[in-house]
Write a protein that binds this ligand. Structure first.
Ligand SMILES: [Zn+2]
Length: 329
């Protein structure tokens, strides 16, 4: 991943007291990314809160809890990571493995449209569930890889970062990626849970050291800077799953609770929403781009076919004549 640049566009608000000062920033209470900086130690972060966005994605597919949880983590991580990058297009986080959940895909557009899906083997998943123990990455996803892609459209360079699935949780795998790829140091914490009504909720905290080019002069010693970094990681680690996902706890209040002693600034929040980008035209284009031989095999016995979007379950019907046109086109 390219060293991300901050997307701040408005003057920061210093949280000096529990965030009553930033009432106007609370227009969005859920499904958001809250950028922040722990300025004295040249750290920046993102707090992600997901409510209806995550719930609608997971429930649309009626995924079992273990799949919903890890897909929710992938989505929360994708939202957090994408928000640190300056790009105009689509950011994708994907895992592939030989475990019961063979594929996870979460993608986020610059405009905040989020979608995701999982492919899993119900029988293998039941086996893992029956054997008890933690729902860890090795047990659920198996051996495989985690990939990040930034796609900014045709005629642009496509960025891809890839790392082996190493870690007990998806957050650990992402952390492993940061370490491997010699990126700026980062700490990540992610939580996915269901509320009393059974609605899926997610949260993510990401802290990074500012890249060299974006640092202002630090007046203290190098040790003091490192101490500030280590303290921020410990404080981040102290955030509970409940705090990360609780819709009653305003993001600013959580950041204040965690980091107020070091001075935390919050920036304008970005909204995210569940939204798919599929369309009949898009599917038509994909089908027409298949090799000639594969296009000959399209269609059911009666020549027609229905294509279902894996992300949102929308179905697109192609009549016999449409299929024939694609095959010969
Ligand atoms: Zn779709």
């Amino acid at each position: 991943m390219r060293p991300p640049r901050s997307r701040r566009s408005v003057a920061p608000v210093l949280i000096a007291a529990p965030a009553t000062l930033v009432l106007n920033e609370r227009m969005i209470a859920d499904d958001l990314v809250e950028p922040f900086e722990i300025e004295p130690f040249q750290l920046r972060g993102r707090l992600v809160r997901l409510g209806p966005t995550l719930d609608s994605i997971v429930k649309r597919h009626d995924y079992p809890p273990a799949v919903g949880t890890v897909l929710g983590e992938a989505i929360a991580l994708a939202v957090a990571l994408s928000s640190t990058l300056k790009y105009d297009g689509v950011f994708t986080l994907q895992t592939k493995g030989d475990g019961p959940i063979r594929l996870l895909v979460a993608d986020v557009t610059t405009g905040g449209a989020v979608r995701g899906y999982a492919q899993y083997d119900p029988a293998k998943l039941a086996e893992v569930a029956a054997s008890g123990g933690a729902a860890s990455v090795p047990r659920l996803l198996g051996a495989g890889y985690l990939a990040f892609t930034v796609d900014q459209g045709e005629d642009t360079e496509r960025y891809q970062g890839i790392v082996a699935l190493e870690g007990a949780t998806l957050a650990e795998c992402v952390h492993h990626y940061f370490r491997q790829s010699e990126q700026i140091a980062a700490g990540i914490k992610v939580a996915v849970d269901r509320d009393a009504q059974g609605a899926w909720r997610g949260g993510c905290l990401l802290i990074q050291k500012l890249p060299d080019g974006e640092r202002s002069e630090f007046l203290g010693t190098r040790e003091e800077l490192e101490d500030g970094w280590r303290r921020a990681l410990i404080l981040m680690g102290s955030a509970t799953s409940q705090e990360l996902t609780d819709p009653e706890l305003a993001p600013e209040d959580l950041l204040f609770r965690l980091f107020h002693e070091d001075g935390v600034r919050v920036f304008r929040t970005h909204a995210v929403r569940a939204e798919c980008r599929c369309s009949r035209e898009r599917i038509d284009r994909v089908l027409r781009s298949l090799p000639f031989e594969e296009r000959q095999d399209l269609g059911e016995a009666d020549g027609s076919m229905t294509v279902t979007c894996q992300f949102c379950n929308a179905s697109y019907r192609f009549e016999r004549a449409d299929v024939a046109a694609i095959a010969t086109g």
